[in-house]
Write a protein that binds this ligand. Structure first.
Ligand code: ADP
Length: 430
């Protein structure tokens, strides 16, 4: 038995002895015991009352004095209360530090509730987006950032990639919006100022575009003279004839490179884009098939076309022609003589697909994720020998991005490859 319980038992014993004494003195032991127990119970009830008053009162109030088991109960509750207060204070400290660090961020942090309304934001959001606490709290975010691209991004999800947009309040500045879902359909929006990065990227694009453009004229002059010289082969010493042919082949390779670089620059430059129109894909594919037959004439490959004649696509014809042509040309280049190439165009309501399947050299799985990078080649020697620029699949990727489409690549090394362009159903026309 613990010390406290011993004290309590002793106290009960005092009451019993006092009651027995009183009973002996008054000659009514029953009443005396009843009075004794009543006194004992009243003593406990008074402690319960003090405990309740203390619990309800000021948490910082002095702990009431108590003896026996009640003293222990008071001490334990007091210790529990103190621990809880400490935990609360440390939690508040953590919340305050988190709040202070979010407030110190250069990036805007905005909390958006399940209905798409603004709930909370940090001071950077006021600077970058012009939000104002007194007027904008509870407003739909799409009322304040009205750019159609933002509205589409916000409503459609799934927020896998960030959205770059011009700043809604500072002309010339570029922002990057990043949304994440959390809790029950709440959203966290982080906005960063990427003006410097954007300007650097723009400088890179301009540089590539300008260099490619400037190289065009000297190349045309060189190719022109080379052609004239080759035409007069008979008057040229035989040891120069091979050199001239190699110079001509390299000049035409450079020409292809410059053209591909210019095309990539055009694809990256949003301002110069045409509006999407209905593209007669079946007719385009017939042309591409004929071009492929001409291109691979000496290889004797079988080239098939399986086409849904009624299926058209909303898009930019020039871009689509370049992308599809690159895929078809690659199939011809990377399929040995006598191989088989199949072009297919079909749709099923939710998507429209163009695929090029070949039974050529195939691609090792480790190269596939990097194939659409500029100048990436699975087999450098072979690709250079085929006269490729290394930019074909980068062009395909850009064109598809521009049409909200994706490129699927299936390939088995030594067996063949299938490249499929998957367009969203919304672009398919019948
Ligand atoms: P390139 O001008 O070198 O063909 P691309 O960007 O068009 O550049 O293609 C990148 C690389 O992908 C090629 O160098 C080649 O290694 C590989 N590749 C593309 N298409 C095929 C294909 N149909 N079969 C095998 N490999 C291919």
């Amino acid at each position: 038995m613990s010390e406290l319980m011993k004290q309590e038992a002793l106290r009960l014993l005092y009451f019993l002895v006092a009651s027995a004494l009183l009973g002996w003195l008054t000659g009514h032991p029953g009443w005396a015991y009843a009075a004794g127990f009543l006194g004992y119970i009243v003593l406990h009830l008074r402690q319960v009352e003090r405990l309740q008053a203390w619990l309800k009162g000021d948490p910082a109030a002095e702990l009431p004095e108590a003896t026996g088991v009640w003293g222990d109960i008071f001490d334990n509750i007091h210790a529990l209360r103190r621990d809880e207060q400490r935990a609360q204070a440390s939690l508040l400290g953590i919340i305050e530090r988190a709040r202070a660090s979010v407030a110190a961020l250069k990036e805007a942090v905005v909390l958006i509730d399940g209905n798409g309304n603004l709930e909370w934001w940090n001071p950077a959001a006021e600077r970058l987006l012009g939000l104002q606490a007194d007027t904008d709290t509870g407003q739909p975010v799409t009322n304040l950032i009205r750019d159609p691209d933002f509205i589409r991004y916000f409503e459609q999800g799934p927020y896998e990639e960030a959205l770059p947009l011009p700043s809604p309040v500072h002309t010339g500045r570029q922002l990057q919006f990043n949304l994440t879902r959390f809790g029950s359909n709440d959203r966290l929006m982080i906005v960063a100022d990427i003006t410097r990065l954007h300007n650097l990227e723009q400088m890179r694009k301009d540089f590539v575009a300008n260099v490619s453009h400037e190289l065009r004229t000297p190349l045309t002059v060189l190719s022109g003279y080379l052609e004239t010289l080759i035409d007069q082969q008979d008057s040229i010493e035989p040891r120069w004839q091979r050199a001239l042919q190699q110079m001509d082949a390299q000049a035409s390779r450079m020409n292809n490179l410059v053209n591909d670089l210019l095309l990539l620059s055009r694809l990256e430059n949003d301002a110069r884009k045409q509006e999407p129109r209905e593209v007669n894909v079946p007719a385009l594919l017939v042309q591409l098939k004929n071009e492929a037959i001409a291109f691979g004439m000496d290889k004797g490959q079988v080239i098939m076309l399986d086409c849904d004649e009624g299926l058209r696509l909303l898009g930019r014809e020039d871009e689509l022609r370049s992308a599809f042509s690159n895929l078809v040309t690659n199939a011809v280049k990377y399929t040995p003589a006598g191989g088989r190439i199949e072009l297919r165009w079909w749709g099923d309501g939710s998507r429209a697909c163009f695929s090029v399947q070949d039974n050529g050299i195939g691609i090792d799985a480790r190269h596939i994720p990097r194939l659409t990078e500029r100048f990436y080649r699975a087999d450098e020697a072979r690709s250079t020998a085929t006269g490729g620029t290394g930019l074909g699949l980068a062009i395909v990727k850009h064109v598809l991005l521009d049409h909200q489409a994706r490129l699927d690549i299936q390939s088995a090394f030594g067996k063949g490859s299938t490249f499929t362009c998957v367009f969203p159903g919304a672009l398919a026309l019948r």
